[in-house]
Design a protein around this ligand. Structure first.
Ligand code: UDP
Length: 483
């Protein structure tokens, strides 16, 4: 391929989306070094627990063939939007003219082989199509979730009710029956702008040049076959789907920058793990946005204490009750005040707590970690799969309830946390039971063995000749034909 060809990637705001797009860029460059990669960056008008700026600096220093193209930030007041999704839709919509400008100026110096967008960046699809650039989706969740979204129009036509009010289970071909309340949060209210956005984006997804999914063949084989068989787009062709994963962060433990890291050295929690026996520690971490109310934090602490297991817990301050600062990161928590009286002292020999941010990939791959209590964000799931660590699924937001359902029922790589009570409050007794079960039960042994097998399969998928590398070669070849 000519050296002046580039692909342009367009992630939506948020660390999880950015990291997997960057990994997609790296994966492409490793196998097809003749291409360049440009990533369009929209900076959200709020801070998150991780510094994306420091992360991008690290990538620029280590992978110069990846260029970050920062789009001007539209003037937005985050507090005037009802949800983070609504804020992102508006941010991305207002960024469209800048996307147009960026694609135009890039195309003056390099041929754009493909424009690859995140699901949330759907509004940019028409911009690229008008410029004659083939546009693909990079789907940052799994194939099960992709199947559901491709089928969304059909589900929409099957009822007039909001999913939050629907009594019966939802039936999607070849997926386990879905409790309507497990649908992604923005889809629960049929009359909301978020619902309308999802329905439109799901339609566009089916009309794109192709869909790249962050998964691998042997993790979700049946559903990938059903998608390819066209079961979810009954009224037209299904675009080609390329399983290119697991694309996971490869450097989130070093270099400093993210809150909680120790200025470029080895993180204290990894030093603590070095001193623990093999597979003895349960790791609790809830993504880049996960926060619990103070009452729930106390309950987790009580459950962990009673479980008698060793633990490494990423603790964040409760969400702010002040509506005007919802999108700002609260200060690091004062653990003494947040956790039950005497907890820190009583658990000091078997527990380690990290404020806000831990080097998750390094933690999961540490030999002392034997289980992971996760919010089921798809990156976290893939990172655990790649590390061979069994999980307990405790979903909090976005499409995480679906991921939990698929993890528990389909892939059988996780035990469920029962978070089905009103408000999602989980009692200490349930936490104790699940943590104990994860670290020390016959059921978990079977899950652990399966997780270990998937770890090897994930590695093979990304190796030369592996299913994800072969899929990437097919994709790049299809671009070459279009040149
Ligand atoms: N992460 C991390 N340390 C933390 C919290 C999160 O390294 O303390 C990383 C995690 O490894 C993953 C990403 O942040 O790569 C979170 O993505 P995910 O899809 O799991 O969840 P999201 O944050 O998008 O809800």
């Amino acid at each position: 391929m000519a050296s002046n060809r580039t692909i342009v990637l367009y992630p939506s705001p948020g660390m999880g989306h950015l990291v997997s797009m960057v990994e997609l860029g790296k994966f492409t460059l490793n196998h097809h070094p003749g291409l360049a990669v440009t990533i369009l960056v929209v900076n959200p008008p709020y801070n998150t627990a991780a510094s994306t700026a420091a992360y991008m600096n690290r990538i620029s220093a280590t992978t110069p063939s990846i260029t970050f193209h920062h789009l001007p930030s539209p003037p937005l007041d985050p507090d005037s939007y009802p949800s983070i999704e609504a804020l992102h839709f508006e941010l991305l919509r207002l960024s469209n003219p800048h996307v147009h400008q960026a694609l135009h100026s890039i195309s003056l110096t390099a041929g754009i082989s493909a424009f690859i967008i995140d699901f949330f960046c759907t509004c940019a699809l028409s911009v690229a199509t008008n410029l004659g650039i083939p546009t693909y989706y990079f789907f940052t969740s799994g194939a099960n979730c992709l199947a559901l979204l491709l089928y969304l129009r059909t589900l929409h036509q099957s009822t007039n009710k909001s999913y939050k009010d629907l009594g019966e289970l939802l039936h999607v071909p070849d997926l386990p029956p879905i409790p309507p309340r497990d649908m992604p949060v923005p889809l629960l209210e049929r009359t909301s702008p978020e619902y309308a956005f999802f329905l439109d984006a799901a339609t566009q997804l089916a009309n794109s040049s192709g869909i790249l999914v962050n998964t691998f063949e042997s993790l979700e084989p049946n559903i990938l076959k059903s998608i390819a068989d066209g079961k979810y787009v009954p009224d037209g062709p299904t675009p080609p789907v390329f399983s290119l994963g697991p694309l996971i962060a490869s450097d989130n433990g070093k270099g400093g920058g993210a809150a909680g890291e120790t200025g470029g050295g080895v993180h204290e929690c990894l030093k603590w793990l070095d001193m623990q026996p093999s597979q003895s520690v349960v790791f609790l971490c809830f993504g880049s946005l996960g926060r619990f109310p103070a009452e729930q934090l106390k309950e987790i602490a009580i459950g962990l204490e009673r479980s008698e297991q060793k633990f490494l817990w990423v603790v964040r301050s409760p969400p702010s009750e002040d509506k005007t600062s919802r999108f700002q990161t609260p200060p690091a928590p004062g653990l003494d005040l947040l956790l039950p009286h005497g907890f820190l002292d009583r658990t000091k020999d078997r527990g380690f707590m990290v404020s806000s941010w831990a080097p998750q990939v390094d933690v999961l791959n540490h030999g002392s970690v034997g289980g992971f209590v996760t919010h089921c964000g798809w990156n976290s799931v893939l990172e655990a799969v790649r590390a061979g660590v069994p999980m307990v699924g405790w979903p909090l937001y976005a499409e995480q309830k679906l991921n939990k359902l698929f993890l528990v029922e389909e892939m059988k790589l996780a035990l469920p946390m029962d978070e089905s009570t009103e408000g999602g409050f989980v009692k200490a007794a349930e936490i104790e039971k699940r943590v104990r079960g994860l670290m020390d039960s016959e059921e978990a042994k079977v899950i652990r063995q399966r997780a270990q097998a998937k770890k090897e399969e994930a590695k093979q998928a990304m190796a030369d000749g592996g299913s994800s590398t072969v899929a990437l070669a097919k994709l790049v070849e299809s671009w070459r034909k279009l040149e």
